[in-house]
Design a protein. Structure first.
Length: 175
């Protein structure tokens, strides 16, 4: 049984409620990142990331604070968080200005979330299991500067139908 598609707009915010946001389009992808950096910054076994189109992401209340740093791969990143409760909300990356990478657990309704991919499985905790039918990658997988294909195998067809940056492999026939 696959979860139902959520209604738009999607809404969410930090733990204390000081910052609230809205997303006017469906996410481009939902994936876990099991790299040691995400383990450290999330305080968990992985980060649950959800890239969304930046122009459709809007802060409704509050002003997130930014932490400017360099990613382990050498890319300039800004991690945005609540200055009151410290909850990390989203991130921006140099070279990917059209995308905001949201921490999916900050959504008001997370009942429909099923990861379609798991990145950096080489550093995943040994007890972490992948979601059924999800793609697993030892490292991050980006195809020609685009996000990996998030096709029908995940059961979340609205990701594929509403994404302009998901790459479909040859012969996928849009299924």
């Amino acid at each position: 049984m696959s979860p139902e598609s959520p209604a738009l707009p999607l809404t969410g915010g930090c733990s204390c409620g000081a910052i609230r946001y809205e997303i006017a389009s469906f996410p481009l992808l939902l994936y876990t990142c099991n790299c040691t950096n995400c383990q450290r910054t999330s305080g968990s076994a992985f980060a649950l990331n959800m890239p969304v189109v930046a122009k459709d992401f809007h802060i409704l209340q509050g002003s997130p604070k930014g932490w400017h740093h360099i990613s382990p791969t050498g890319v300039a990143v800004i991690s945005w968080f609540c200055g009151d409760c410290g909850g990390r909300l989203y991130g921006d990356r140099a070279g990917r200005e059209e995308i905001v990478n949201l921490r999916a657990g900050t959504l008001d309704d997370t009942s429909w979330l099923v990861p379609v991919a798991h990145m950096y499985m080489k550093s995943a905790q040994p007890w972490v299991l992948s979601a059924a039918n999800a793609e697993c990658h030892e490292m991050a997988r980006v195809i020609s500067g685009r996000w990996p294909w998030c096709g029908a195998r995940c059961g979340q067809t609205f990701f594929r139908q509403n994404s302009s940056i998901c790459e479909e492999p040859a012969g996928a026939n849009g299924v």
